[in-house]
Design a binder for this molecule. Structure first.
Ligand SMILES: NC(=O)c1ccc[n+]([C@@H]2O[C@H](COP(=O)([O-])OP(=O)(O)OC[C@H]3O[C@@H](n4cnc5c(N)ncnc54)[C@H](O)[C@@H]3O)[C@@H](O)[C@H]2O)c1
Ligand SMILES: O=C(O)C(=O)C[C@@H](O)[C@H](O)[C@H](O)COP(=O)(O)O
Ligand SMILES: [Zn+2]
Length: 359
């Protein structure tokens, strides 16, 4: 098992990376004194594969377990679903000594995490991520949220989990499209802060796509390490943490503009990364060779970065609600070469023009 601690004063926690570890969840929770009533929040797709294992493990460790299913899809990461979760938590008698388990991808993790942050003004929660994207990114760092029709993750809280348990075996049932989407966030880490890691991704591209356990676990560990290092320095995104938003400014605009669920998050991020790389080049922050390498890696992971046709006003609307907007200007994350970052500021209209999306 690979173990990584996220050091955050009085709310530090472990990330446990292994294969076949789902059945030890109850024991791992008990080790950090999470025992009593557990509410497992998941969706029908994930539940069909893993809810029994998780519920049995929690019961064997002495918990009463309630499984709460929410509909599957980004289009349900909203206030209506959140309210239905609050109803189910009340119905199940969940109290402040209880805990929530988020079993699923980033949609379940973000919504269940926000439910945990707000229910009874905050109860403990554990992340059990079952997509690659959630294992390398969304389960770590404490961003929890629901979407608003006007923009992604507009209602949320910074609220850290008590534990992240990553069982890489769960990826065996993940659709290929979702696995590929997760690789976009993996590429992000290399581009913004780790050239040697980017080079490993180039070299190990086939092994990663074949889900070679050893290589895969190293990749997940490296992503979690990089994210943890950034979050430890700037938990609530007053500065540095914004670099984790590389590829997301325009990516989120496409994800929202195309309609939630049309592009999955990682696909939108791949589009955003390619656009950010071109903008970085036009500002002199990287070379055309760097852009070609970034695009080649996205291509190698079969990630399309061709932006779909989305009307300009929809992109602009989404950009104006981005959480990085302050005083009308938006902070935009550029890559500096490969492995570095620079933050620029633009008006949303300028950004559309710079990205060549005027038509
Ligand atoms: N909080 C953060 O820091 C953060 C970071 C990145 C992304 N996000 C958010 O995460 C969300 C995207 O997450 P995602 O890519 O995991 O998508 P997702 O949660 O929608 O999961 C993708 C699909 O895979 C299915 N699935 C999940 N695990 C499975 C498994 N093991 N086997 C079979 N099917 C499985 C799901 O039911 C879903 O249909 C977005 O809402 C995004 O905004 C949050
Ligand atoms: O953890 C972060 O910080 C990130 O920005 C990670 C992103 O991959 C993730 O998609 C995040 O939810 C985006 O945050 P937002 O603040 O732009 O909603
Ligand atoms: Zn993301």
């Amino acid at each position: 098992m690979r173990v990584l601690n996220v050091h955050l004063a009085d709310h530090s926690y472990d990330i446990l990376i292994d294969h076949g570890s789902l059945s030890a969840l109850g024991q791992r929770c008990a080790e950090i004194r999470l025992i009593g009533n557990a509410a497992v929040i998941t969706n029908p797709t994930v539940a069909a594969f893993y809810a029994d294992t998780v519920a049995s493990s929690l019961k064997a460790a002495g918990n009463n377990v309630t499984v709460i299913e929410i509909p599957d899809g980004e289009e349900y990461k909203n206030a209506t679903t959140l309210n239905s979760v609050y109803d189910a938590l009340i119905e199940a008698g969940i109290d402040r000594k209880s805990f929530i388990v988020a079993l699923g991808g980033g949609v379940v993790g973000d919504l269940a995490g926000f439910a945990a942050a707000t229910f009874l003004r905050g109860i403990p929660f554990v992340q059990v991520p079952t997509t690659l994207l959630a294992q390398v990114d969304s389960s770590v760092g404490g961003k929890t949220a629901i979407d608003h029709p006007r923009g992604k993750n507009l209602i949320g809280a910074f609220y850290q989990p008590k534990l992240v348990l990553i069982d890489t075996d769960t990826l065996k049932t993940l659709p290929e499209r979702e696995y590929r989407a997760g690789l976009a966030e993996v590429v992000k880490y290399g581009v913004i802060c780790d050239l040697p890691f980017f080079e490993i991704l180039e070299k190990e591209c086939s092994a990663i796509q074949a889900m070679d356990q050893n290589v895969l676990q190293k990749v997940i560990l490296r992503c979690c390490q990089l994210k943890a290092q950034i979050v430890e320095q700037d938990e609530k995104e007053s500065g540095l943490r914004a670099i984790l938003n590389y590829g997301h400014t325009l990516g989120h605009a496409y994800e929202t503009g195309a309609g939630y669920g049309t592009l999955v998050h990682g696909e939108a991020v791949a589009i955003g990364i390619a656009l950010a790389a071109h903008i970085s080049m036009s500002l002199g922050h990287c070379s055309s060779d760097d852009v070609a390498r970034i695009e080649a890696l996205l291509n190698a992971f079969k990630l399309s970065f061709e932006p779909p046709a989305v009307e300009r006003h929809l992109l602009l609307n989404a950009l104006t609600t981005d959480k990085k907007v302050a005083g009308g200007t938006i902070s935009f994350i550029c890559n500096s070469g490969i492995g570095g970052h620079i933050i620029e500021k633009f008006l949303p209209e300028q950004l559309i023009a710079l990205a060549g999306l005027e038509v």
